[in-house]
Write a protein that binds this ligand. Structure first.
Ligand code: ZN
Ligand code: ZN
Length: 327
C-alpha cells in the first residue's frame, strides 16, 4: 500500500490526517500542529469534514502556524454555524497569519485543486447529523483524493510503442499550424510538437485513489466504488455501544460500527480498508478482535488496517494489517 499518511484519531478528542505528498491536511483536531511541527508550513490545503470540536480543535493553531508561511486554502462544508464565527475570531485573534487563509464553503460534488499537479479532490455528502436536511447544502462532507492521469486514447491502445511514437510525431506536426506557435525558435517548436502530439493521443482519466469518509453513518458503496483505499470511520465495535449519550457523547450524531465499515468496503469491492475514529473506550486488543470478527462475518476480501485511538501515526504505510483475507 503506497501511502504517505500521518494521522491521529481519538473520537471526542482529536482527529487529523496529513497526506504529505498532497500537501493536504484533512481535519484539524487538537494537537495537529504540535505533532506535525514544521510540516504544517508545507500545507497547501486544509479540508474540514464538519465542525465538531474533535475535528477543528486545533484549527486556530494551524491557521496561526501555516499562515505565517503565506497563502493557503481552507475549505469546509457550506452549512454549520461555527465557520463564520471561527473565521472572524481568527482574523481578530491573529490578523497577520489569518489573512493568508483563503476560506471556501463547499457543496457536495465540488472539486478542489490540491495545488499538486494531477491531484484533485472531490467532496461528497455524508450523513452525520440527525437534523441534516438533504435538500439544503451539506453540514458534513467526505473527500475523494483523485489522480488525474493522461492515458492513451482507446483508439490507439492496441498500437506498439513504435507505432504510437509515429502517430504522436505525425499529430505533433499540427502544432506548426497553430498561430500561437508562429515566431517561435526551432527549439521551442520542437517542444511544442512533442507536447501537441502527446496531448493528441491521450485523454485525462480520473482514478479514485483514497476516499476519506469523515464521521457518520456507513457510506454508500456506490460512492466508494472504484477507490483503492477507503478510510472509514468505525466509532463502535457493536451497535449496542451507542449508549454514549449518557456520557454526553454522540447526541444527535450518527456513527458507524466496524461491521458497517467492513460491509461497505465488501459491497464496494474495496480491498484496502483503514478503520479510524475508533472509540477510546476500547482496548487495542478488543479493537483487533472486533475487527477480525466483523471481517469474518462480512466475508470481507482484502486487508484491514486500524488507526488505533490514543496513538499518533507518523507513517501509516508501515503498519501491518490487523486482518487480511486468505488468498
Ligand atoms: Zn468525530
Ligand atoms: Zn463528528
Amino acid at each position: 500500500m503506497q501511502l504517505s499518511l500521518a494521522l491521529h484519531s481519538s473520537p471526542r478528542f482529536s482527529t487529523w490526517l496529513w497526506f504529505n505528498d498532497w500537501k493536504l491536511l484533512i481535519d484539524a483536531g487538537d494537537g495537529a500542529s504540535q505533532q506535525l511541527g514544521y510540516k504544517i508550513r508545507k500545507i497547501d490545503t486544509v479540508l474540514l469534514t464538519h465542525s465538531h470540536r474533535d475535528h477543528i480543535g486545533g484549527l486556530l493553531q494551524v491557521i496561526n502556524q501555516r499562515g505565517e508561511a503565506g497563502p493557503f486554502s481552507l475549505a469546509h462544508p457550506t452549512m454549520g454555524r461555527s465557520w463564520r464565527d471561527i473565521e472572524s475570531f481568527s482574523h481578530r485573534f491573529n490578523p497577520n497569519s489569518s489573512r493568508n487563509a483563503i476560506w471556501r464553503a463547499l457543496e457536495e460534488g465540488d472539486w478542489i485543486d490540491s495545488g499538486v499537479a494531477g491531484r484533485l479532490i472531490r467532496a461528497f455528502r455524508t450523513r452525520h447529523f440527525n437534523d441534516d436536511d438533504p435538500a439544503k447544502a451539506p453540514r458534513s462532507l467526505g473527500f475523494h483524493l483523485i489522480w488525474r492521469k493522461q492515458k492513451v486514447k482507446p483508439q490507439y491502445a492496441a498500437l506498439s510503442q513504435r507505432e504510437l511514437d509515429e502517430v504522436r510525431r505525425e499529430l505533433g506536426r499540427t502544432a506548426l499550424l497553430q498561430p500561437e506557435n508562429a515566431g517561435k525558435s526551432e527549439r521551442e517548436l520542437e517542444q511544442a510538437q512533442i507536447e501537441w502530439g502527446r496531448a493528441a493521443i491521450t485523454s485525462p482519466v480520473d482514478e479514485k485513489w483514497i476516499c476519506v469518509g469523515g464521521d457518520g453513518r456507513p457510506l454508500s458503496p456506490a460512492e466508494v466504488e472504484g477507490t483503492q483505499i477507503l478510510l472509514h470511520e468505525a466509532t463502535f465495535l457493536s451497535p449496542d455501544d451507542y449508549d454514549g449519550e449518557a456520557a454526553g457523547e454522540d447526541v444527535g450524531h450518527m456513527h458507524s460500527t466496524t461491521h458497517d465499515a467492513l460491509r461497505v468496503a465488501r459491497e464496494a469491492g474495496v480491498e484496502h480498508l483503514i478503520l479510524y475514529h475508533i472509540s477510546t473506550r476500547y482496548s487495542d486488543q478488543e479493537i483487533r478482535e472486533g475487527i477480525a470478527d466483523a471481517a469474518r462475518e462480512t466475508c470481507f476480501k482484502g486487508r484491514v488496517f486500524a488507526a488505533l485511538p490514543r496513538r499518533v501515526y507518523f507513517d501509516f504505510a508501515r503498519e501491518k494489517p490487523v486482518w487480511e483475507s486468505a488468498l
